[in-house]
Design a protein. Structure first.
Length: 323
């Protein structure tokens, strides 16, 4: 996922996040990746994760807005592109849905329009037959650009612009359409909950701020993700050989409390890292300002991605207290 922030008229930040994100700052005030302080698009999700031919997927985004909520609320503009350009050029759309249908009449009526909608959730209708998908992946459809990499699915680009009165975020995300019709569909991972070790007890965290965490003290926090979320599928191993492989899970952690997490990102790779380790982090909320003030509560958000386009998230709010 690629995200560009602009605060008119000057571009301030570019964030590139292909599963595990890297941050490039254009300001002397470096904001840690995990710190939530301004408008952010943290993830985009499709349900189902990889819609089959004839299915309609619902696309939603995890958008962070600082408190108090933006007034008016953020506006949304969703579009998609079947053939995006080079990353270094900002992923320009080299061939729109309408241009593609004009070049290949067999696709007329099978593609959703370029503009998907302006609501927080929109539909993406996948009307390409398995035969057409196979031909596109093989590069045998006349009039199309070079064949895409369909190792884990046919990639199409989803674009989302989120705008407030003072800020705008442009996001580019890849939706993977099944390239092997006989393979089991990918399911989004599931985050069953968030918890923290409070006074030696594992304590579930909710949205109500009922659980208090001590300022200036390291607290163990965990995401609850079942092992079944890392599905097995027919793919290639590290040596490039066909094999039954396990999905890799990547977790991104975010807090409204500055640079106070031990890890901004954790991950599970079967045989190399343990799932339990990937689901655990440590959070040290900042001490209260010496002259008083500061926030009384803070939000924790965790995004889980698999390496086949699956996405899930969970968020909670905690109270912050001085021990």
């Amino acid at each position: 996922m690629t995200v560009t922030r602009s605060r008119a008229p000057l571009a301030l930040l570019v964030l590139v996040a292909p599963l595990l994100a890297a941050t490039i700052g254009c300001s002397n005030d470096f904001v840690p990746y995990e710190s939530l302080a301004a408008l952010r698009v943290l993830a985009v999700r499709s349900e189902p994760a990889s819609p089959a031919a004839g299915e309609s997927a619902t696309l939603t985004a995890l958008v962070y807005t600082p408190a108090p909520p933006a007034d008016p609320p953020p506006s949304y503009a969703w579009t998609w592109c079947p053939f995006p350009g080079d990353a270094n050029a900002g992923y320009p759309c080299t061939l729109s849905a309408e241009d593609l249908a004009a070049r290949v009449p067999a696709l007329a009526g099978a593609l959703p329009p370029t503009v998907l909608g302006d609501t927080p959730a929109v539909a993406f209708s996948h009307g390409l037959s398995p035969e057409i998908v196979a031909a596109v992946c093989a590069g045998t459809v006349p009039g199309l650009p070079t064949a895409p990499d369909c190792d884990v699915g046919l990639p199409v680009q989803i674009q989302l612009a989120v705008t407030t009165a003072t800020d705008r975020i442009d996001t580019v995300w890849t939706l993977l359409l099944p390239a092997n019709p006989g393979a089991p569909p990918n399911a989004n991972p599931i985050v069953d909950g968030l918890s923290a070790e409070v006074a030696g007890q594992e304590t579930a965290l909710g949205d109500d701020g009922a659980v208090a965490l001590p300022r200036g003290t390291e607290t163990v926090i965990r995401a609850e993700v079942m092992e079944a979320s890392a599905e097995r599928y027919a793919g290639t191993d590290d040596s490039g050989q066909l094999a039954s492989v396990r999905e890799r899970l990547f977790l991104s952690w975010f807090v409204e409390d500055g640079d106070s997490l031990r890890d901004a990102r954790t991950g599970f790779i079967e045989g190399k890292t343990a799932l339990a380790d990937a689901l655990e982090n440590r959070w040290t909320p900042a001490p209260a300002p010496p002259l008083g003030g500061g926030r009384d509560t803070a939000r924790l958000l965790v995004v889980v991605r698999d390496n086949r386009g699956g996405v899930a998230w969970r968020q909670a709010r905690v109270a912050l207290v001085t021990p």
